[in-house]
Write a protein that binds this ligand. Sequence first.
Ligand code: FES
Length: 145
Amino acid sequence: MAMNYSPLVMDHFQNPRNVGKIENADGVGEVGNAKCGDIMKIYLKIENDIIVDVKFNTFGCASAIATSSMATELIKGKPVSEALELTNRAVVEALGGLPAVKIHCSVLAEEAVKAAVKDYYDKNGIEYDPEMFKEGGCAHCCHCD
Ligand code: FES
């Protein structure tokens, strides 16, 4: 059955922004979606606490690719602290919505951004509250289970 995707979702799926890899990235995050096995990897270049560049590779469905693309657009040029506040819900809203059965795909983007920031903090000895990166928290989740 064909999914009813918004024009923005189709646009970001067919023309994803910021695809690729950053050599010598300051933070790298890789996460897998436990529900389907899809994988997203995100690379951050950070200068003076600002995300000056971001790239991603997603091996996943159309929704995973579109949400990854939108997530990179939403955090590019922003302070690291703002990237940490990015929720899958905000990404879905920015895309004009996703079919309910695909909401779980958007969690990948949020988790990958957080994993990349955590990697950046770890590499630079920056202290943080481990609660922020609790595994499997799905803190902003959509109750899609
Ligand atoms: Fe796997 Fe969408 S079905 S992320």
